[in-house]
Design a protein around this ligand. Structure first.
Ligand code: URA
Length: 207
């Protein structure tokens, strides 16, 4: 397992637009989608390939294609903001959904709804959530996804707090983390500082 920080001037530029509190939901969502397409190249760069024979108009040749199908798993709500951008470069990707909800008694995140393609145990899973804050709900989501049979899992986020990275590295050392920016810390309410606020609210205009 490894943690990768995707540093790219275009991603940093778009993230700066998203951090600005004056940015409205249309521009916020568009920039998030564009970042997903850029980050997709990094997240998929070690996907396994297989040799295939192809007939070009001139002759036959050996070339390579993806050896595994990809399942994108947005963690709702905010993970949906990454979905279209990833789908635009992996159009054949299947999509699973997971919703986590806080149990009011234990205060721990629990799976509230999940739906995955039946091939989850053999495909490459890319879990999507723009914000990695405490890491506790991502850790539970990864538990659920593994219980359903997933073996090859990557996680993409936009902004992460050091606390969340540490927790996932401890609890899910087999999951590769791809992070566009590592911020300073969490505040007392669990928001990332400096962060960009509540990503779900900003994507869907619900603040
Ligand atoms: N989720 C968000 O959307 N923003 C944060 O800062 C932390 C968690």
């Amino acid at each position: 397992m490894a943690t990768f920080v995707i540093e790219h001037p275009l991603i940093t530029h778009k993230l700066a637009i998203m951090r600005n509190k004056e940015t409205k939901c249309k521009d916020f969502a568009e920039n998030l989608k564009e970042i997903a397409t850029l980050a997709a190249y990094e997240v998929t760069k070690d996907l396994p390939t297989k040799v295939v024979e192809v007939e070009t108009p001139l002759m036959s040749t050996s070339t390579k294609m993806l050896a595994k199908d990809v399942i994108l798993v947005p963690i709702l709500r905010a993970g949906l903001g990454f979905l279209d951008g990833m789908k635009s470069v992996i159009p054949n990707a299947k999509v699973g959904h997971i919703v986590m909800k806080r149990d009011e008694e234990t205060l721990e995140a629990k799976e509230y709804y999940a739906n995955f393609p039946s091939t989850i145990n053999e495909d490459m899973i890319i879990v999507l959530d723009p914000m990695l804050a405490t890491g506790s709900s991502l850790a539970k989501a990864l538990d659920s996804i593994k219980q359903k049979g997933a073996k090859h899992i990557k996680f993409l986020c936009l902004v992460a707090a050091p606390e969340g990275i540490k927790l996932i590295e401890q609890l899910h050392p087999d999951v590769d983390l791809y992070i566009c920016a590592v911020d300073e810390k969490l505040n007392e309410q669990g928001y990332i500082l400096p962060g960009l606020g509540d990503a779900g609210d900003r994507i869907f205009g619900t603040e």
